[in-house]
Design a protein around this ligand. Structure first.
Ligand SMILES: NC(=O)c1ccc[n+]([C@@H]2O[C@H](COP(=O)([O-])OP(=O)(O)OC[C@H]3O[C@@H](n4cnc5c(N)ncnc54)[C@H](O)[C@@H]3O)[C@@H](O)[C@H]2O)c1
Length: 410
């Protein structure tokens, strides 16, 4: 029998490749490829999506960029992953390390600047020069690994908010600003987005940074025929909020205040302890509540969200939610929930799911923001703010539903 051709492969290019989320995704992907772990925590392994014709884990090749020196196996141990699993994936992790190149720092804020070490980070005079360098990295990855498609996933440190008042609405107006050293307000996450889309890659923004979440970059995606998804992975407190708030609304219970207090101790927590970086995260966390409770914007309950860095906790994040609400005859009640999660173990499988799903969207030729991926994000682009159940139903309809229809057409 003639040898079977090798199955086509997709590259997953992780930005922030030795950070907690990306490293956990890399170990997870290697472990899945070797059959060392089960599918718990992976949305795409749920029965309706497992039958949706998505690429196998073995068809993914990982690479990426990072602004700090280091080695992936050590980063995996630092992230608290089981040493035996890290050792079993050692060869493949070292191979991925060989495919990690210096990242780009641009307008990233002082907290990120302090992380960037020597040759491990690159700086350019203009945003356009940075975009071209990133495109070159992506081309090399695609060619050297013989990849059919590439998905770029930003899992790098949270940047300070981008000044939206300085952002033009159209790509036609934004594009010339890239050639100027100072007129362009974009930060590195958006330069990664532009480079990915101009290179024909799918783009995922797992962080609260701007990435592709503005009209002008979405327009670019539509023009070049590439797709993107974001913003800020929904792994804990907001997952609870988007699940519980519709419950209060559907019982006509009046939520008067919702307080979320988060303490965490990993590297992300340290960056978020910088005031300007924290603003990006708080903006994403609070966006949904008024809409989910069926209230007009600004007419909802008092809402407080705090994030504090507590070094001793490491990857273990604790989120305490206190919901004060009123029921029949004005009787006051409270709901309190404490969520204790391993941050990266909650986030990493979603990055892998998103790579698989956006790969399928790219294969279908989808353009612009893929709103059907809203259930993965705190602040979804291309979709209204809805409860988690509606978002999950939209995901299944888009991926599982369409695949069954396509299969029955043939
Ligand atoms: N862990 C979760 O549950 C979760 C959930 C939602 C969103 N996120 C977001 O995901 C991101 C990553 O989280 P983490 O816990 O892995 O953080 P981390 O600090 O462990 O990792 C971030 C990595 O990005 C690198 N980096 C920073 N700027 C870069 C740049 N311009 N180019 C390339 N690399 C760069 C850093 O050196 C670091 O290694 C954060 O923005 C976080 O807010 C995490």
């Amino acid at each position: 029998m003639p040898p079977q051709p090798a199955p086509p492969r997709t590259g997953l290019w992780l930005v922030g490749a030795r950070g907690g989320v990306a490293t956990t995704a890399a170990v997870g992907c290697c472990a899945l490829q070797q059959g060392l772990i089960g599918s718990t925590g992976l949305v795409t392994e749920l029965p309706p999506l497992a039958a949706a014709g998505l690429r196998d884990w073995g068809q993914f090749v990982l690479g990426g960029c990072e602004i700090r020196a280091g080695e992936l196996p050590q980063a995996a141990l630092d992230a608290g992953l089981p040493p035996a699993l890290v050792a079993a994936c050692g060869d493949e992790l070292r191979a991925i390390d060989q495919r990690i190149v210096p990242g780009v720092v641009h307008n990233s804020g002082s907290a990120v600047d302090q992380l960037a070490a020597g040759d491990a980070a690159r700086r350019f005079d203009t945003p356009r020069a940075a975009v071209d360098a990133i495109k070159h990295d992506l081309d090399r990855f695609r060619e050297s690994e013989r990849l059919e498609r590439v998905i770029v996933a930003v899992a790098s440190s949270t940047e300070p908010p981008t000044d939206a008042t300085r952002l033009p609405d159209s790509w036609e107006e934004l594009e010339p600003l890239l050639a100027t050293p100072h007129d362009c307000p974009l930060r590195a996450s958006s330069l990664y987005a532009i480079a990915a889309l101009e290179s024909g890659c799918g783009f995922v923004n797992f962080t609260p940074s701007l990435g592709a979440s503005c009209a002008a970059i979405d327009q670019l995606a539509i023009q070049v025929g590439a797709c993107h998804a974001g913003r800020d992975g929904k792994t804990g407190e907001t997952l609870l909020k988007t699940t519980l708030a519709p419950m209060f609304a559907s019982r006509n219970l009046e939520v008067m205040s919702w307080v979320g207090h988060n303490i965490l101790g990993n590297a992300d927590g340290r960056i978020l302890s910088s005031q300007e970086n924290k603003q990006s995260k708080l903006g994403c966390k609070d966006a949904a509540l008024d809409a989910l409770l069926g209230r007009e914007p600004g007419d909802g309950p008092q809402s407080l969200v705090s994030i504090e860095y507590v070094a001793s906790l490491g990857e273990r994040k604790t989120a305490w939610n206190h919901v004060h609400f009123r029921g029949f005859m004005g009787v006051e009640m409270t709901l309190q929930v404490t969520w204790q999660g391993h941050d990266s173990a909650l986030a990493a499988p979603l990055v892998l799911d998103l790579a698989r799903l956006l790969d399928a969207s790219s294969a279908r030729g989808e353009r612009g923001a893929v709103g059907a991926l809203a259930c993965f994000f705190k602040n979804p682009v291309g979709a209204p703010l809805e409860g988690h159940a509606e978002q999950f139903a939209a995901l299944l309809k888009h991926y599982a539903g369409r695949h069954s229809a396509e299969a029955s057409d043939h």
